[in-house]
Ligand binder design. Structure first.
Ligand SMILES: [Zn+2]
Length: 677
């Protein structure tokens, strides 16, 4: 078999975690799921690991489309799966590691952060790619041979860095090719509809290295994403086979992996069926990486100087108002893109050099240390070993934490270039907000480690970043992105104490990126020892817990210099939910459904109060997936609160929840629907 017709899946979701804790905030828009990652995992990732296909004898068998294809899965998405969808991560690794020609012929690597590589500084290009390779190696136990660049954003420099790190091929779209020739022949200009995508090409790089490029099939890739091609797997396979037409070349359908099952319902079954048909009925190979083992490119391609698959203007979409946009709303404009890029470039340059200068006091080479930090992020090296290898003298515990804090500051600076921030029409949405949160944490860590504060000038640089949807700009936009999310060791310790006081031995010992030890002393205070898992920085606090009426609780906390009070509702939905479940049901219970039912029936017998609202919000936003029964209990509780006849203003925080469960308007009625009172 020398021809191939198959699929390349680009699996990726914008990162959503809270940089201060590593936890994921609830997203009502993904209801009944906790957040969009959970929802897409259920609809697509979990589905694509193994698809049940009917057999001729009337039974079904499981088909693994991923190992029969080619795919990339962003390291940030992998990172989420490890904690929140471990079943998917384990199944995927097991399948891929068992592939006939090894994992590296099925999966292609991706830079650690979904940043537009051509827009990064040369240093960051190197780190993005090296850190992505570290992630691949630690996950699959092999060096990668292929790499997918975010948004297929490339230029010569990024291809050179990839080649230097041992990458031999990448997948691009036909719009990125300028001209082609048979090796040594005459150049011929090409367009997306004239380039022969049945050939693999090579790019001759200035260094003398070669990079193989396989182009996705222009028409079929477009129709898979935006048409209904995947609705009929047999027809899809027949269509692809007809394009091969008995030839010897490649037909590669390239699309976001989420196309299958999430964007197109049951697309997972369609694409799995098509893959099996291509193999069994049309006798074609389907895995690109394996095919490339025996197909050295004979033709050369010249690429446009800089290009990407979702912008027609090079990589302008991620730095200017080029006009390419998704999610337009009335009154939107794209004038915010350039100042956002400039502000982050300014921060990278200024905070970056302050951090490098400080790091230079502790390690032999700041650059070498930071390049190796990818092995710590990937879990290949322990933080302890990493510092030991790079330190230029014996360091104290405080200095070791400082080294790690500097590396974390750099990691967060890198994450602040996540391309999704520029992709959509409005910078008030989560994709832009989250890069500002990464920047906020980078600023805090820079302040802590270098004593230099870049926040005020950075926020001034944001002046031209305006959200039309939320009518905020500059500092107000910055506050909106970060307020309510920033947390610190005091809040984390207070949350740990609240859990310890109500859950006892069932209290968590790890919460996101924090490890926790609690113990009561003889006068009834709770001592909390915290360690930041990433930086190894340790903190100790004394706390005193007061239980109020019903479910209310507050924590007085001291770092031995002064006491302050923190209310339960400030401690995070996950903490509130654990406290509430322990008080409503039993210590250490995680029965969200049971707690909701108790709360709902209780609220029909007595007046609800503010604490009930906090608890309800926490319980509704904690489970991965709210079952229909849980949803009914939430509705009942909401009606009970509405029945109090309290002013609407007091219910503001509940409106989003009410909308999610489909009773949004009812909450504003002064009368409760018949039969529920
Ligand atoms: Zn554009």
């Amino acid at each position: 078999m020398s021809a191939i017709a198959g699929f390349h899946y680009h699996f990726y979701q914008p990162p959503r975690e809270d940089p201060w804790t590593g936890l994921f905030n609830h997203e009502w828009s993904a209801w009944p799921y906790h957040d969009w990652n959970e929802r897409i995992a259920a609809e697509c990732y979990r589905a694509m690991v193994a698809v049940a296909l009917p057999d001729e004898d009337g039974t079904t068998s499981l088909f693994e489309p991923l190992t029969q294809s080619s795919f990339d899965l962003g390291p940030t998405l992998h990172h989420w799966m490890v904690t929140f969808a471990p079943d998917v991560e384990h199944a995927l690794q097991r399948e891929v590691r068992g592939a006939d020609h090894g994992a590296s012929r099925v999966v292609v690597a991706a830079p650690l952060v979904h940043a537009i590589v051509p827009l990064a500084t040369p240093t960051d290009q190197e780190r993005l790619i090296a850190w992505g390779i570290d992630d691949f190696r630690s996950r699959y136990g092999e060096e990668p041979v292929g790499m997918w660049l975010p948004e297929t954003g490339i230029d010569v420099a990024s291809l050179e860095v990839m080649a230097r790190h041992g990458i031999t091929y990448t997948v691009l779209m036909p719009t990125q090719a300028q001209s082609t020739r048979e090796a040594g022949g005459a150049w011929r200009d090409v367009a997306p509809d004239t380039i022969d995508t049945s050939l693999a090409y090579f790019v001759a790089l200035p260094s003398g290295a070669r990079m193989t490029v396989v182009f996705g099939h222009y028409d079929l890739s477009h129709r898979i994403a935006f048409g209904d091609l995947v609705a009929d797997g047999t027809a899809l396979a027949d269509t692809m086979a007809a394009v091969v037409d008995g030839g010897e070349g490649v037909v590669l359908v390239v699309a976001d992996g989420e196309t299958y099952g999430h964007h197109h319902r049951f697309g997972d079954i369609g694409v799995a069926w098509a893959t099996r048909m291509l193999q069994e009925k049309h006798h074609l190979a389907t895995a690109l990486g394996e095919w490339l083992l025996s197909h050295e490119p004979t033709h050369e391609v010249r690429l446009h100087e800089v290009s990407a698959w979702s912008c027609a203007h090079g990589v302008e979409r991620w730095r200017s108002a080029c006009g390419c946009v998704t999610g337009e709303t009335p009154g939107f404009d794209l004038a915010w893109r350039a100042p956002l890029r400039q502000a982050l470039d300014w921060l990278r340059e200024n905070a970056g050099s302050a951090l490098d200068w400080e790091l230079g006091h502790h390690v032999h080479s700041s650059d070498a240390a930071l390049l190796d930090y990818g092995k710590v992020i990937a879990g290949e090296w322990s933080a302890h070993d990493f510092v030991g290898r790079h330190q230029s003298r014996d360091l104290t515990d405080d200095e070791r934490s400082r080294v790690l804090e500097i590396c974390e500051a750099h990691r967060n600076l890198m994450f602040s270039f996540t391309s999704c921030a520029w992709f959509f029409a409005d910078p008030g949405e989560i994709e832009t907000s989250i890069v500002l949160r990464y920047a906020a944490l980078a600023l805090e860590l820079t302040r802590r480690t270098t004593g230099r504060d870049f926040e005020t000038p950075f926020v001034q640089h944001l002046e031209g970043v305006r959200s039309a949807t939320y009518d905020v700009a500059g500092e107000a936009l910055w506050q909106r992105a970060c307020e309510g999310f920033r947390t610190d060791e005091v809040q984390i310790a207070a949350g740990a104490a609240a859990e310890y006081a109500t859950c006892g031995e069932f209290a968590r010992r790890v919460r996101g990126t924090w490890s926790i030890e609690c113990g009561a002393n003889e006068v009834g205070q709770v001592r909390v020892n915290l360690t930041n898992v990433l930086t190894q920085r340790k903190f100790t606090f004394l706390t005193h817990i007061t239980h109020g009426d019903d479910l209310s609780l507050h924590v007085d906390i001291s770092d031995t210099t002064m006491w302050r009070r923190v209310d339960l509702e400030r401690l995070g939905a996950d903490v509130v939910a654990r406290v509430a479940m322990s008080r409503l049901l039993a210590r250490g219970s995680s029965d969200v459904e049971g707690a909701l039912s108790v709360l709902a029936s209780d609220l029909l017998r007595r007046d609800a109060n503010r604490d009930d609202e906090v608890t309800l919000l926490a319980l509704a936003s904690t489970p991965r997936y709210v079952t229909p029964v849980g949803e009914a209990a939430i509705r009942r509780a909401l009606f009970a609160i509405a029945a109090r006849d309290a002013p609407d203003a007091e219910r503001g925080s509940l409106v989003a929840l009410a909308r999610a469960v489909g009773v949004g308007d009812t909450l504003h009625l002064s009368e409760v629907p018949q039969g529920l009172n």
